[in-house]
Design a binder for this molecule. Structure first.
Ligand code: HEM
Length: 416
């Protein structure tokens, strides 16, 4: 118990099984002040009800510049200087800017528009599996879970295929380096990234295509809708949000299924339960440990703890999704769980913009994997699986799997 305040959300050993610690926190210290690196501290909120409150209550601002400062102003300025135009996006905005920014891209992420992408996502997923079908083994992360959503979001945005590998490497390094003195090492990388996005914007100004960057460039040129900094930040957010999470839903989800062979078999034999299965995989081991930071605009009490004005909060999504006050048998995987009001995609005004796309990609991915890779199993001992050391992301470094090759052939596409 005395060590609970010392938990390190980035420690891969914690990531491997954070659940007993979250059980203790929810029972004993539901709101706990933890270090998140570089001298920063945040209040980690662990109970479902309190996490929903923190995500929805407008007395928590998303805009660090509105937060009453508490002695970390110089560090904030350093980050503002380092990350420059990447911070002015909807996830860091309160109303009314939030509605304006979200409104500019909302149409491309509605369920109806996203449905039109289904044939493309299905064919991509088949192509990726065609490449490894005869091998009998693969690293699911590298060979499938990563390239699928990266290709989808870069095609939607209009990033040329030849550049995808480069910027995925940049984003992974930036996200995994985290906050701390080590983040200074990222400066050259960040400027490369900025230069790249600027060039891409210029290219789309000259040669518009039927993609999101071209549409956003038009909105920027219209004057009052979008500044250049906001445009750049929007592209950065959509790129990161568009694949980092989905990759890990596929990875964590497949590991959860492999850990629960009866549920895996149920999904293979009853593909109609796929939509509810994806919701349960989002709940059981979702891709985000915590939601993005909030700052208290005034003193606010949560679960008996007074959060002083200006302090930072980290809403614990992973913990909330295993709260026994909300979910029956929270540590069990039940692919037909009903109801399932998980917070894996957030809540309130910042509820995931890409939720319909994430759901569709995951449904197509799991359907294809289970149909085309019979007798799928881990190719390494379970205890050798390593987790990424990231504050926000819950994801695997790699997921080596093996499968029977003879039946790994193309089949019907529509399976759910
Ligand atoms: C399984 C995959 C995904 C998960 C688990 C996920 C999760 C989340 C969560 C929890 C939030 C709220 C964060 C907060 O309140 O601090 C969020 C917001 C957001 N997500 Fe996702 N996401 C996923 C996929 C996607 C995809 C594919 C996109 C497409 C671009 C996307 C775009 C966004 C954007 C733009 C926001 C900010 C919305 C706003 O501020 O209004 N996400 N996501």
């Amino acid at each position: 118990m005395s060590n609970l305040a010392n938990i390190d959300l980035t420690d891969p050993r914690f990531k491997a099984n954070p659940y007993p610690i979250y059980d203790q926190l929810r029972a004993q210290t539901p709101v706990v002040r933890i270090s998140i690196g570089f001298g920063y501290k945040a209040w980690l909120v662990t109970r479902y009800e309190d996490v929903v409150f923190t995500l929805k209550d407008q007395r928590f601002t998303k805009d660090v510049y509105k937060a009453p400062k508490r002695g970390f102003f110089r560090k904030e300025m350093l980050f503002a200087w380092m990350f420059g135009p990447f911070v002015k996006h909807m996830l860091n905005a309160d109303e009314p800017d939030h509605t304006r920014l979200r409104g500019l891209v909302q149409k491309a992420f509605t369920a109806r528009f996203v449905e039109s992408l289904q044939p493309r996502i299905e064919s991509l997923s088949e192509e990726l599996l065609d490449r490894i079908a005869a091998q009998g083994h693969m690293d699911l992360m590298r060979d499938f879970a990563l390239p699928l959503p990266v290709t989808v979001i870069t095609e939607m945005l209009g990033v040329p295929a030849a550049d995808r590998g480069r910027f995925v490497g940049w984003i992974t390094t930036i996200l995994d380096t985290g906050i701390g003195p080590q983040s200074l090492k990222m400066l050259p990388l960040i400027s490369k990234f900025k230069r790249y996005v600027r060039e891409l914007m210029q290219l789309r100004r000259r040669q518009p295509e039927n993609d999101l960057i071209s549409a956003l460039v038009v909105a920027e040129e219209a004057g009052d809708k979008l500044s250049e900094a906001e445009l750049m930040a929007m592209i950065f957010l959509l790129l990161i949000a568009g694949y980092e999470t989905t990759v890990n839903l596929i990875g964590n989800g497949m590991l959860a299924l492999l850990d629960h062979p009866a549920e895996l078999e149920k999904l293979r034999t009853q593909p109609a339960i796929m939509p509810s299965a994806v919701e349960e995989l989002l709940r059981y081991d979702g891709p985000l440990e915590i939601a993005s930071q909030r700052y208290a605009l005034c003193d606010i009490e949560i679960a008996g703890t007074m959060i002083p004005r200006g302090h930072m909060l980290a809403p614990g999504l992973t913990s909330a999704n295993r709260d026994p006050r909300q979910f029956e048998q929270p540590n069990g995987l039940n692919l037909t769980r009903e109801p399932n009001r998980h917070v894996g995609l957030g809540q309130g005004i910042h509820y995931c913009l890409g939720a319909p796309l994430a759901r569709l990609e995951a449904q197509i991915a799991f359907a294809a994997l289970l149909r085309r890779l019979p007798e799928i199993r881990l190719a390494v001992p379970r205890n050798s699986i390593r987790w990424r050391s990231s504050l926000v992301i819950r994801g695997l470094q790699e997921l080596p799997i093996a499968f029977r090759t003879s039946a790994a052939v193309r089949g019907a596409t529509k399976t759910f």
